[in-house]
Structures are given as C-alpha cells and as structure tokens.
Design a protein around this ligand. Structure first.
Ligand code: NAI
Ligand code: MG
Length: 499
C-alpha cells in the first residue's frame, strides 16, 4: 500500500475534502508512526452515496452468493499473503504481542473464508416455504441484503473487528462504509487495498479513517445508511442507538463487559491459573470478553492467589515485536492513565493488591502497566463493577454454588462468563444459570467464527459470527400468493330482487 493519507471511497483513494489528518502512534515507543486522513461529514456523505449507488444499481447485491464468495476468498488469500506484514503493522499501531497479532490476522482471513461458505449456501437456502393456515394461499420467506451498512469498530482487535462486520455484510450482498478507530486506523486501509485488488466493485466497501465525533457520528446519523454495526464502549453504543432511532435504522451493538470466572475448589490449580492469566492478560486485558472478575471457592482461594501472583510476576512485558513478550503496552496514554487510576481506586476501596499495580520500572517509554491482581475485592467497589479494559483482575472468595451464580450475575453487563470444575455436570448446570451471551467451561476466551458472539443486558444487542452474523445483514421478506380461482369475497353482491 502506498500512503495512509487517503480515504477509500467508490473504489478510489481520495484526499479528505477538508484536507485534515491526524497521527497514529506506536504505544511501545510513544512515537508517531504516520499521518492518516481524517474524514469529516462531507467525506461521509460521499462514501454513503457511493455505497448507496453500489447497492441500488451496482452488480454486487445482484450477484449470486457463489459469485460473491469468489471475491471473499480472494480477499482471504490476499490477507494470508501479507499475514506477517499486517501483523507487524497491527503490533505497531495497537501494541499487542506479535504472536497474538498473527492469530488476529489469521482469524481475519478465516472469517472471510467462512462467510464465503455462507454466501454460497445462501443460494440454496435464500427462500423457504412458509405453511399458512389458509390453503388458498402459498408463501415463501426470503432473505435479502439489508442495504447500506455503516460499521464502526474499536482499537483492540483492529483488523479482526473489521472482518467480523465486513465479511458477513459483503456475503449478504450489502454495501458498506467502515470507520476504524482513530487509535488504530492502519490495517483497515490495507483491507480496502486487498479488497480492491480482489476485484470488489467500486462503492461496495468504503473505508473512512477519522474521529468518532467527526466521522463516526455523521455516519451513524446519515439517512442513506440502513444498518449500523458497532463494537466499542457502552456510552458510544448508546449514542449510536439514539442516532439510529431517528430513522429507525437496524442496529447491532457489541459493548463492554465485566465477565465473571467461577472456579470451584475441585479444579486443578495449575489449569485454573493458566486460564485466569490468559482470560485477563492476553491483549493486555483490552478485551471486551476478558474474565476480569474471578470468584474462587473458599478452600482453593489462598493457594490459588499465591500461584496466580507468582505467575503474573513472571509475565514478560515489553514491545510486542520482541521475542517472548506476553504483555505489550496499553493502546494510548488515555487508556494507560485510565488503568492506573482504576488501580489507585482499587487500593483506596480496600482491595488487597497481590501483584503488579504500577508501571514496570525498567521501561522508560511506552504505555506499560504491570499485570495486576487484586484480592478480597469488595463487591460494591468500583473496580469490581466497572470495566477497566486493562491488565487488572479482581478476585473474591465464595462458599456455595448458588452464591457464586448470584455474584456472577450481579452485573449490568452480560457479555461472557466462565466456569471451572472437575464436576462436568456442575459446570453444565452453572453455565445454564449464568446470564451471559458466551459461557466457557474449563477455559476462557477461545473464540470461533462458527459460534454466536454477543451480549446480554448492557453488553449489547444482536449476535455476530456464525450464521447469526450473516443474519445481521439480511432482511426477511414474505412473498404470498393467492392461488384460488374463487373470488376473495370481501364485498357481498347486492341480492337481486325478483320482480
Ligand atoms: P469508543 O466506544 O468511544 O470508540 C469505538 C469506536 O466508536 C471508534 O471507532 C470511535 O471513533 C467511534 N466513536 C466514538 N464516538 C462516536 C460517536 N459519537 N458516534 C459514532 N462513533 C463514535 O471507545 P474509545 O473511546 O476508543 O475507548 C473508551 C473506552 O471504551 C475504553 O477505555 C474501554 O474501556 C472501552 N472500550 C470497549 C471496547 C469493547 O470492545 N468493549 C472497545 C473499545 C473501547
Ligand atoms: Mg496507534
């Protein structure tokens, strides 16, 4: 790819109309990587018009699913061809360790391949008969693309979050405008480049880099957009829902969480430690589904805390491009400040700090925070209730299964939850009692393109991934036919009077 100072609109790389730009930084070094185009409402309008035209009169929605699948598979191949380079860009823009960025990019390609398969299947299952209670009629239910989608995504998994929206939208036959986060704009532009080279028709995918207020808000308010798909914070999700309300746009929202992990005292302590660490410290804890609230049954509580603290202290912190690093920096200074403030708040609220809690003393630059473990966290404290979105885990003891389930469910969020026990019947029972959209048994975080993803309560609306992800971008139409040769009989003919 050439430069990052252009927007991708209607198949062209164009300068933003107001000529604005912003800088994106490498959070490991705090230095500027590059200058990036900053879209404003004028560019949003051009992009939505291009997407509108591509939907209303262009070829994309009119191709068969199999034809669209060919392009999606070429996009997947294009991503795989550049996997290493894209992963390195993601590390520099976001901070995450390279092996995790390589997973992300591999999953990004996998997501395009998966939805290519669903696009093909749509040719066979687009319409199905509906049995009506009146034999004079026949009816089918038909799936059709919803129209122009606006996708607004966060900075924690930049290219993967783009794929979770772009791949199903394109598979469905939608056209779209994608706005990546201003903190991590780079890989979305590469995706546009790859899609362009894969032969995606002009206007089908438009990519606008820029800020939430200047580009995201006009996109969410634009009357030419039929559907909004958002991943990010609860307050912004609420704003997007309000913007959508005006024109009754279809929405799907994937918001924050404070996901619990219930560990019974028959669990293997070493396995528990590994999944707890992964559940909160992968991707620096900047994960919507991070299991940030740990409930441990009393007999295992102190031994587990001790092992957890030992292992947390052994985690290698540093620049994500360095070999062996497990924990990179937080995405920017705001997030770094926010996490350190949360840690200070936890201390003030009386939680017991058992590991971490500060900036690693050996790192002079970068937004690094040590993996932090709080024990005895009061259940009414801010750190127990609110999403920190960083490498901070809160631990509390419990005695009974009922107590654990009710503590786990005592949250305004309901994205994910996890349970660990040697007793599988208990795990299955608890999994069904947890009020969350994703429940892991004897593990935490593994995510599969085939399975539904999304939250209960304030964690969101709708489901991404799998067939549910495709349904986000489909309308349902009924087509009903009157098959009888008898009159309908709405009006009664006046009775003829015999003379
Ligand atoms: P955000 O939710 O404000 O940003 C996400 C996306 O929304 C970005 O592309 C942003 O430009 C856009 N946006 C912002 N304001 C908008 C508006 N008024 N209209 C339309 N689009 C808008 O999250 P931000 O500011 O990056 O981080 C704030 C906090 O949110 C973080 O500290 C973290 O706690 C949480 N967060 C949660 C995520 C999750 O997946 N659950 C992801 C990112 C952040
Ligand atoms: Mg950056």
């Amino acid at each position: 790819m050439h430069t990052y100072d252009r927007l991708y609109i209607d198949g062209q790389w164009v300068s933003p109309l107001k000529g604005r730009s912003f800088e994106t930084r490498d959070p490991s070094t705090e230095s500027v990587i590059t200058s990036v185009a900053a879209a404003t409402a004028e560019d949003v309008d051009l992009a939505v018009r291009a997407a509108r035209k591509a939907f209303d009169t262009g070829p994309w929605p009119r191709l068969s699913g199999a034809e669209r699948a060919l392009v999606l598979r070429r996009i997947a191949a294009g991503i795989r061809d550049q996997q290493q380079a894209l992963a390195e860009i993601e590390v520099r823009d976001n901070g995450k360790p390279l092996p995790e960025a390589l997973w992300d990019i591999g999953d990004t390609a996998g997501c395009f391949d998966f939805y290519a398969g669903l696009a093909e299947q749509l040719d066979a299952n687009r319409e199905r008969p509906v049995v009506l209670g009146d034999a004079r009629f026949s009816s089918v239910a038909r799936k059709e693309a919803i129209g122009v989608a606006g996708a607004i995504i966060p900075w924690n998994f930049p290219m993967l979050m783009a794929a979770w929206k772009v791949a199903p939208a394109l598979a469905a036959g939608c056209t779209m405008v994608l706005k990546p986060s201003e903190l991590t704009p780079l890989t979305a532009l590469h995706l546009a480049d790859i899609a362009d080279q894969a032969g995606l028709p002009p206007g089908v995918l438009n990519v606008l880099t820029g800020f939430g207020a200047d580009a995201g808000a006009p996109l969410s308010e634009h009357p030419g957009v039929d559907k909004l798909a958002f991943t990010g914070s609860v307050p912004t999700g609420s704003r997007i829902m309000q913007a959508a309300a005006r024109d009754i746009k279809n929405i799907s929202l994937e918001l924050g969480g404070k996901s619990p992990f219930v560990i019974f005292d028959d669990a293997d302590i070493e396995r528990a430690v590994e999944w707890i660490l992964f559940g909160i410290f992968w991707n620096q804890g900047e994960v919507c589904s991070a299991t940030s609230r740990i409930l441990v049954q009393r007999a295992l509580y102190e031994p587990l805390l001790e092992r957890l603290a030992q292992e947390a202290q052994r985690i290698t912190i540093g620049n994500g491009l360095e070999h062996g690093v497990l924990l990179g920096p937080l995405v920017n200074r705001d997030q770094y400040d926010k996490v350190l403030q949360a840690i200070a708040r936890g201390r003030a609220e009386g939680a017991r700090l058992v590991s971490g809690g500060q900036r690693p003393p050996h790192l002079a630059h970068g937004y690094f925070v040590e993996p932090t473990v709080f024990a005895d966290v009061p259940e009414d404290s801010w750190i127990w209730k609110e999403e920190i979105f960083g490498p901070v885990v809160c631990v509390r003891p419990f005695d009974t299964e009922d107590e654990a389930v009710s503590a786990a469910n005592d949250s305004r969020f309901g994205l994910a939850a996890a349970v660990m026990s040697a007793d599988l019947a208990r795990c299955e029972r608890v999994a069904r009692s947890l009020r969350a959209g994703i429940v892991w048994i004897n593990c935490s975080q593994p995510t599969f393109t085939e399975a539904p993803w999304g939250g209960y309560k304030q964690s969101g609306i709708g489901r991404e991934l799998g067939e549910w992800g495709l349904n986000n971008y489909l309308e349902i139409k009924q087509i009903t036919r009157f098959d009888s040769d008898q009159p309908w009989g709405w009006y009664i003919k006046p009775e003829r009077k015999t003379p």
